[in-house]
Design a binder for this molecule. Structure first.
Ligand code: C2E
Ligand code: MG
Ligand code: MG
Ligand code: MG
Length: 281
């Protein structure tokens, strides 16, 4: 039926395309229901300093659906972003993370840990983003100083003044900021120094081959030097081996996160196994 339409016309009844769209719509619906049905939970992955001491954790979202099983964030986060659901998902994450911080605050071994939470650019662009975070902090009673928001370089693409204003407001009440996946995005160095940041997180793609790929080694070293000159802590993610860690240590990297220390684990396992294995201040 579409023969006469030519090549540049969208064929509405392409069955493959239609199946893809139907899949997406269905997963979106499952995502929405999943939020109501308590199918989400957080896992926690330790972050350690260059002396091997536990600094805190990154909260990573997990979705277990009765019908689909475990769905990785690389599948459902982009879908949540496209559909706008990321705003409610992000709000759920913020509540869960702050409640965890309050529980940690009550135990001596965990009371000084920080918790890093991923925030998508779309969330940050919400007009009431700051109010939302402040409300979660107030309702839960979490200490803003223990909360660190991980943003990506995509936030620098537009309306940077608005981003700076929001970050500054939160920074003023003690919330920290990290740039996640640093080095793969659009960072403009002139914007970078305008943002009230605490940390740069070297993307794991540079860490993976840091020992064997000279380009990655140079990039990692440059990010560490940049962090030092901007007075920011530099953390490497995706550290899997001792040699990667030692290599980055020699460049002056401040902190690490990766399977070398632990994969992301549920809260009970984090408290039972991870916290116990580290030295404490
Ligand atoms: P990310 O924030 O860069 O998180 C790091 C990812 O690397 C996590 O994948 C983590 O499990 C994985 N990882 C940690 N250590 C290692 C390692 O040593 N080797 C390897 N190969 N991987 C390691 P995960 O949990 O699948 O999350 C993927 C991405 O999904 C995150 O990347 C983040 O962008 C997004 N995400 C996860 N949770 C949330 C959330 O609550 N909100 C938002 N907006 N995004 C989230
Ligand atoms: Mg992250
Ligand atoms: Mg990352
Ligand atoms: Mg990533």
């Amino acid at each position: 039926q579409s023969k006469a339409a030519g090549r540049n016309v969208i064929r509405f009844f392409d069955p493959e395309m239609q199946a893809l769209i139907a899949d997406r719509v269905e997963m979106e619906e499952d995502l929405r229901n999943g939020l109501r049905n308590d199918e989400f939970f957080l896992c926690y992955q330790p972050q350690v300093d260059n002396q091997g001491r536990l600094l805190g954790a990154e909260a990573l979202l997990r979705w277990r659906n009765p019908k689909r099983g475990m769905i990785p964030p690389s599948t459902f986060i982009p879908l949540a972003e496209d559909s706008g659901l990321i705003v409610s998902v992000g709000n759920w994450v913020m509540y869960a993370a702050c409640k965890q911080l309050v529980l940690w605050a009550q135990q001596p071994l965990t009371s000084s840990l920080t918790l890093a939470v991923n925030v998508s650019a779309k969330q940050l662009r919400q007009m009431d983003f700051v109010d939302q975070i402040v409300e979660v902090l107030n309702v839960t009673g979490a200490n803003p100083k223990r909360l660190k928001l991980e943003l990506t370089e995509s936030l620098m693409v537009n309306n940077i003044e608005d981003v700076i204003a929001k970050m500054t407001e939160l920074k003023n009440i003690g919330v920290g900021f990290s740039i996640d996946d640093f080095g793969i995005g659009y960072s403009s160095l002139s914007y970078l120094k305008l943002l009230p940041l605490d940390q740069l997180k070297i993307d794991q793609s540079f860490v993976r081959d840091v020992l064997t790929d000279p380009n990655d080694a140079v990039i990692a070293r440059t990010i560490i030097a940049l962090g030092k000159s901007l007075n920011l802590q530099v953390i490497a993610e995706g550290v899997e081996t001792l040699s990667q860690r030692e290599f980055l240590d020699n460049y002056g990297c401040d902190a690490y996160q990766g399977y070398l220390f632990s994969k992301p684990v549920p809260a009970d396992e984090f408290e039972r196994d991870v916290v116990q294995t580290f030295e404490h201040f």
